[in-house]
Design a protein around this ligand. Structure first.
Ligand SMILES: [Zn+2]
Length: 335
């Protein structure tokens, strides 16, 4: 009944009651165990600023980090059959799916977006490892197909960013069928004369490694990512040998010629811009054989130029993407 109980105590209580602070303000780096403030971590694209350890990045942030100014259009993915095998282990597959959907707020383990990277058109298909380990079932296969179709329609490069444990066992043989399906999707892109780049992130294993993730024109791997088919432990117990240090990591694969480059996440967009500028330029050249008409005058003899023209024209039908659009011819006319 004095100012202590009436005034001071409630105030102190109110102070302590203000515990709305979320638990995940600080993250511990799994590699160096440093405490990282969530805002710093987000700014640093989920890379530890102390040791450079690359943590997983969810696909929406991934897409934003890859496209120019973080701007892109999401590509609507087709709805697919849910749980065709009526699969059940400890839990029903449909329950597992619902759980993953409510946790990640997305339909399945893949997100596809299109936009510009370094001014070049690109379609990116990024995996969500948080959705049932990024496993590839019918919906993911369909997502890769949709991404490939979009890339061809927009005359854009296709970039796959896998983060997956492999095929989704709950869909049995149907998930394994996504391996040839996604491979065909990639072949469609290549036939259209468009570049296909894979950005391997941690982890890329199993059926994903065994299909579309290893047939890129260029393979870029993030630092320290685990990339392989079977797990190291399985291999060790099969061949009864100790595996070398860093086995199945990006750097090891680079040394052994499985990937073309290993990049830091913050260098990914500049690297992709550079690579796309080179590759897209190449696909543009055969699109306009007429422009070579002006070349002979500048050359000492006309014969090589005529040969060159004949060759380019002969090549043109294969090399020209079917959608070699009006904007391309516009870009090349000044030459
Ligand atoms: Zn660290």
């Amino acid at each position: 009944m004095n100012w202590l109980t009436n005034y001071v105590r409630p105030k102190i209580r109110a102070l302590y009651a203000r515990k709305e602070v979320p638990d995940n303000l600080w993250h511990k780096c799994p590699s160096c165990e440093a405490m990282l403030f969530h805002r710093d971590l987000e700014e640093n694209l989920n890379v530890c600023q102390h040791c450079g350890f690359h943590m997983r990045l969810e696909p929406v942030k991934r897409l934003a980090s890859m496209f120019d100014d973080g701007e892109y259009q999401s590509i609507e993915l087709p709805k697919t059959v849910v749980d065709p095998l009526k699969f059940r282990d400890q839990k029903r597959y449909t329950d597992r799916l619902k759980e993953a959907q409510s946790k990640t707020t997305r339909h399945d383990a893949i997100v596809v977006g299109s936009g510009l990277i370094g001014g070049q058109p690109a379609v990116v298909a990024a995996f969500d490892f948080g959705f049932m380990g990024g496993s590839m079932g019918i919906a993911v296969g369909e997502g890769i197909l949709a991404a490939a179709r979009a890339a061809i329609a927009q005359n854009a490069a296709l970039i796959a960013v896998p983060a997956s444990g492999g095929a989704r066992m709950q869909e049995g043989i149907l998930s394994l069928m996504q391996m040839p399906r996604t491979t065909i999707a990639v072949e469609m892109v290549k036939e259209a004369g468009l570049p296909y780049i894979v950005v391997l992130t941690d982890p890329t294993t199993g059926g994903v490694t065994a299909s579309f993730a290893m047939i890129g024109d260029i393979h870029i791997a993030e630092k320290g990512a685990q990339i392989g088919f079977a797990g190291a432990r399985v291999i060790e117990s099969t061949i009864r040998e100790t595996l070398p240090e860093g086995f199945q990591r990006s750097e090891y694969l680079l040394e052994h010629g499985m990937v073309d480059m290993v990049v830091h996440r913050r260098d990914l967009r500049p690297t992709l811009s550079r690579v796309l500028a080179l590759l897209m330029q190449k696909t543009l050249v055969p699109a306009e054989p007429e422009s070579l008409d002006e070349v002979p005058a500048a050359l000492p003899t006309t014969q090589p130029a005529a040969e060159e023209k004949a060759r380019t024209q002969a090549e043109a039908p294969d090399a020209t993407p079917p959608q070699a659009g009006a904007e391309k011819t516009g870009a090349e006319q000044p030459v």
